[in-house]
Design a protein around this ligand. Structure first.
Ligand SMILES: CC(C)(COP(=O)(O)OP(=O)(O)OC[C@H]1O[C@@H](n2cnc3c(N)ncnc32)[C@H](O)[C@@H]1OP(=O)(O)O)[C@@H](O)C(=O)NCCC(=O)NCCS
Length: 161
């Protein structure tokens, strides 16, 4: 597996991975159009904000990490998706580790993120990497009754796995 910085010409494949990764269990908003570009004004995502994972010739995953200071930390992971065909092989783990290393190298002290408690696979993955729940907003979404909106955070550097 190779992790590298995102490029504008990754747009179409990243948009497809992002679109396919949507689930009501993981996203409180409605499903976006397959036509939505990954980079640019609709998403506010820039190539320099993302790292991508390649397995052989295939681009298989993406993570977005940006400086964002709140009470939870100073860098934020606000996008993570792995192509389903490449799930369970450690791609998500490698992307989170690389993103946290990037934040740490830039002087970051703590990375935080949002995750729904219905997204059990993601929550478990973050916990395995040392993230802990730092806030819970109980059932805040009308269209996702019973689902809590969590904030999780980890101190940098992550513990080595
Ligand atoms: C959540 C998500 C990013 C996980 O990506 P992934 O690449 O499957 O993650 P990993 O492979 O690193 O870890 C997932 C599981 O595979 C296991 N695993 C890791 N490396 C492995 C390997 N080499 N071989 C087999 N299994 C492995 C992990 O232990 C973990 O097991 P668990 O689910 O029982 O805890 C992916 O499922 C996804 O894109 N989901 C939809 C979007 C989403 O929910 N994003 C997060 C929003 S907050």
């Amino acid at each position: 597996m190779n992790i590298r910085a995102g490029r504008l010409d990754d747009d179409a494949i990243l948009a497809a991975i992002d679109h396919a990764s949507w689930s009501p269990l993981s996203d409180p908003s409605e499903h976006w159009s397959i036509e939505r570009p990954f980079f640019g004004p609709p998403t506010g995502t820039r190539p320099q904000d993302v790292l991508v994972a390649e397995v052989g010739p295939d681009l298989v995953g993406v993570i977005k990490i940006v400086p964002a200071t709140t009470e939870f930390g100073d860098w934020c992971i606000n996008g993570l998706a792995v192509a389903a065909a490449f799930g369970g092989r450690g791609v998500g783990t490698a992307l989170i580790r690389a993103a946290c290393a990037k934040a740490g190298a830039a002087g970051g002290a703590q990375v935080w993120l949002k995750v729904l408690d219905s997204n059990a696979r993601a929550v478990r993955l973050y916990e395995c990497l040392g993230f802990v729940e730092v806030a819970r907003f109980t059932s805040p979404f009308e269209n996702r009754p019973g689902v809590d909106d969590l904030r999780m955070a980890a101190d940098l550097p992550l513990e080595s796995g």
